[in-house]
Design a protein around this ligand. Structure first.
Ligand SMILES: C[S@@+](CC[C@H](N)C(=O)[O-])C[C@H]1O[C@@H](n2cnc3c(N)ncnc32)[C@H](O)[C@@H]1O
Ligand code: SF4
Ligand code: SF4
Length: 363
């Protein structure tokens, strides 16, 4: 049979730091010990990484800066501008907490898109509790207003978006958040399912989870099931709002997959294949590269070229492990992207896509 051709990744994530000033209940990045954080790449090392990546990836390729909280690195916008000077386009994720200190620099930078994580709007305490810091929702509303106001005529290309986790506590907040995004002319709002905290470890703390024999923890499954009835109604409402023109970034297929997941968290593994092995390339704050953020690195970008890493033996091993994986974090936005097209489409289209994949290559 013809040897499969491996295409470039679709999503390159650059986690420039594990540092974080929040205390989120859903994520443990902030718990990384200080001595580990001190090993993060320096400004010059990151610049060398971007040069290597640019030798591999085409002009205009999007990369996403995330973390930890990217804006805690004093050189964050210097790195953004360096990456764009090489031809990359850059977006970022942020908790928004300290953005007010950087409004002018952001507007003057080449950053094109900021995705701010916000979990509530009517009852701000829901967001604050989920993030473990008071006043954090209010800081976000203030800075969104300021950036939207100040960027007019200075940097109209810069888009501000919202990223919201669907939590048991914030389901009544979902529709008002969409209305807020629309009213304030955001480019989009994107909903993320709550993932098991075990799949939101900090890189530095983990030597790789047992992704092959993974069993969804009972507590997590109970949490998901407890949300089912209400979440299903809300997702149906989101689908209607999206049809009516609200800028909800999740595709219809992804929203359908979310409904399925609330109904049958374990079943999603058979329903959707995880494609991270052929779509994702994530560099952690120490230069280690992963295809799946729950698995061991495939090597260090300090030691090998990105292409060598992507096509190497370790990457192939990782792809095998991905194919056998039974975890459900395949629904996370950055993992789901490449896959959604096959979900909830008529059977024949899915078969056709599978045959096409077999013939034309790409693993
Ligand atoms: C790890 S954070 C890094 C960027 C930045 N610190 C922030 O909070 O936006 C990236 C995204 O993951 C989300 N997140 C954290 N824990 C999660 C979980 N258990 N399930 C789903 N999403 C989660 C955050 O809300 C955020 O939108
Ligand atoms: S989700 Fe973001 S803000 Fe919260 S602890 Fe993790 S990295 Fe920090
Ligand atoms: S479902 Fe996908 S992203 Fe999640 S652990 Fe498994 S292979 Fe990794």
């Amino acid at each position: 049979m013809k040897k499969n051709k491996l295409e470039n990744p679709q999503i390159v994530t650059i986690d420039i730091t594990d540092r974080c000033q929040m205390r989120c209940k859903t994520c443990s990045k902030w718990q990384v010990p200080a001595e580990v954080k001190d090993k993060e790449l320096t400004t010059d090392q990151w610049k060398a990484v971007f040069e290597k990546l640019r030798e591999w990836l085409p002009n205009g390729y999007w990369i996403c800066f995330s973390g930890g909280e990217p804006f805690l690195r004093p050189d964050m916008l210097e790195l953004v501008d360096f990456a764009t000077s090489l031809g990359f386009r850059v977006s970022t994720m942020s908790n928004g907490y300290s953005l007010m200190n950087h409004v002018d620099e952001i507007i003057n930078s080449k950053l094109e898109s900021i995705n701010i994580s916000l979990n509530s709007i009517v009852d701000k305490s829901i967001h604050d509790n989920s993030r473990g810091r008071e006043e954090s929702a209010q800081k976000i509303f203030d800075v969104i207003w300021k950036i939207m106001h100040d960027k007019k005529g200075r940097n109209d290309n810069l888009s501000i978006n919202i990223a919201t986790i669907m939590l048991p506590e914030n389901l009544d907040e979902i529709i008002p958040l969409v209305e807020y995004a629309t009213k304030n002319k955001m480019k989009h709002i994107m909903f993320q399912l709550i993932e098991d905290e075990d799949s939101f470890h900090a890189y530095a703390e983990r030597a790789g989870l047992d992704t092959t024999n993974y069993k969804i923890p009972k507590e997590y499954k109970d949490k998901v099931k407890s949300m089912e009835e209400k979440a299903t109604k809300i997702i149906n409402h989101l689908i209607d709002m999206k049809r009516a023109g609200h800028r909800i970034a999740n595709t219809y297929e992804q929203l359908e997959a979310y409904k399925y997941f609330f109904n049958n968290p374990e079943g999603i593994v058979n329903k959707i294949q995880c494609d991270v092995g052929s779509t994702n390339f994530a560099v952690d704050p120490y230069g280690d590269v992963r295809l799946c953020f729950n698995m061991n690195p495939i090597g260090s970008i300090l030691e090998k070229s990105p292409e060598e890493l992507w096509t190497g033996k370790e990457a192939e091993e990782c792809r095998k492990a991905v194919r056998q994986c039974k975890m459900c974090c395949r629904l996370i936005n950055c993992n789901f992207k490449a896959n959604f097209v096959n979900f909830n489409k008529p059977f024949l289209i899915r078969v056709k896509n599978k045959i096409k994949k077999l013939i034309t290559g790409s693993y």
